[in-house]
Write a protein that binds this ligand. Sequence first.
Ligand code: PA5
Length: 445
Amino acid sequence: MTEIKEIAGIRLDVSATEEFLPKNELDAMAPAVNEAAASLEQGTCKGSEYLGWMDLPKNISEADFAAIEASAGRACSDAQVYVVVGIGGSYLGARAVLDALRGMETDSRTGYPEIIFAGTGLCSSTLNRVLSKCIGRSFRICVISKSGTTLEPAVAFRTLRTIMLERYGASEAARRITAVTDGERGALRQLADGEGYETFVIPDDVGGRFSILTPVGLVPLAAAGIDVRAIMTGAEKMRQACLSTDLRSNPAHLYAATRFGLYQKGFTTEVMSTFHGDLQTVQEWWKQLFGESEGKGGEGIFPASTVFTTDLHSMGQYIQDGRRNLQETFLCVRNAVSRLTVPGDTQISDDKPANLDGLNYLAGRTLDDINWKAYEGTKAAHGAGGVPCSSIEIDAITPEVVGALLYMFEKAVAVSGLMLGVNPFDQPGVETYKKEMFRLLGKPQ
Ligand code: PA5
């Protein structure tokens, strides 16, 4: 039995995949993993112009933190609502962290504005709901777009900006808008410079889905009262661990090798399953990161996700018994914050016996303990059903651990993408729908 190390609050257990990917075969992949990792370190890999994400946790300066925290301070002082406008890599990371840390919410977040997201699609009722949240409440806008030209956030921003101009007038509106965008190029950069918005720069060498640890993620998270320094501390701990050439000491490499080895054996879909609803948006972020990085040239593991036990009552049947091309990665939390227990049920009168629902065997146990048993039972069942299962076990969801987890996934997908033979840092396929949509909309050339 392989020893499982905990690194930066995260334990990766791949032992239940051994039946499908024997230990010696997994270990034999170490040289290929290290070769991919070395090409990242040396900047000789495909897509090497987009490797800025690798050193973000190490390179962030006190001045960077101070600027981000000052912006958050301004938002706290005069906004009840903070509307984050962005799509894809320009919003998913911040939303994932915010949702993940919901369980930590205490009075310490009192005084921070409510964060809402806009520009994540073109659905009018979704945007309408955002607009109605701003009625009668002071608000700020943080518009995030690296290209500065993406249709969905641009439309939402124009709509929100128009309302803001009507409400506050030109100069106060300009003071209430923060733009996170390219340092020089794009329509948003031009607009921000022209209007005098506060701006933060997305580095040229960091692609959208790798940008959570840049101002793209950190500016809105700080405005929400999240400890962004702790996020970067966790990411830095994981960055250092992920420099190891020992496969078993490097969770990103071990994860990359396991899922890639399983892919080669026909397990072409990876389902990330969590028993913790607050991690659902982390799964969405993970899907974008892995899907956009690997899915090209006819290759790539299809990333899917489920939230259990809810989805055990829908997707559970397929995972247990459907087509056997699934590998599953559980994302679990050992110590959830809530201490809810199942109440006991005692007899209150002769004609009303206790325990009619038969649940007294659970009385006094925490929901999280029961949830953990559901995880263990599900993992055993799916393994027996022919699904290779790995587990990423988190001790507790804290900003530091979340930062470590995000970095681990970034490093893992960079390595596994390179092992697949693709460029993990581009997304040429995304342009195809845009061309068709703009043709139908009659966009001027
Ligand atoms: O990963 C990516 O590159 C994409 O998801 C982008 O982040 C997304 O399309 C938004 O692009 P932009 O920030 O240029 O508006």
